[in-house]
Design a protein around this ligand. Sequence first.
Ligand SMILES: [Zn+2]
Ligand SMILES: [Zn+2]
Length: 203
Amino acid sequence: MEQSSQRIKPLEPHIVLFGVGGVGRDILIKASRFLVGHCPSIRVTIESVDDADFALNEDRGQYDAKKILRELERRLPENALKGIGVTWHDLFLPMLSYVYGTAQVEGRCAVFSLRRLHPGFYSPKETDNVELFDCRIEKTLLHEIAHTFGLTHCHSPECVMFSSCRIEDTDCKNSHFCPSCAELFQWMIEKALGLPPQEAPNI
Ligand SMILES: [Zn+2]
Ligand SMILES: [Zn+2]
């Protein structure tokens, strides 16, 4: 699953998973498995952006998600379909106190933070709840990568495309799409891969 980008054929589409600012390989490998699970026709490669200081806002003590997106876009190889960053740093957007993640809708890049997904952030007793942490990672990863394929927020609270304002929203939704979003996601992936055009889903 994991290969260096140099070994990829020029036009072979793939998703690059970027570890931003020091993310352990165990988490990157786990996240890449989630991606492959939801996008089985697309390969995933892993890269690192070791230093995220360029995005640090010292006043807020947080990292500017838009600056990270721009850096990922700059680093993303031309033959890559999408790039998604994962970081332990707390992310913000100018009008929001924090974000779990953000994406360029119908663009190339997304980023999400592990910081507020980790159960230990809310309760020290939950620090070792790996199952809950993994579940939140999978949902957030799928939500953000789906935005890059053009999906927007869904009104169904159980759909993974439901907007998460609080961690409870993430915990309440499924780690998969509702039927409408699933159909749209499949169609968007086939379109992105240049597969023969199907009729657009009537959503
Ligand atoms: Zn969203
Ligand atoms: Zn949906």
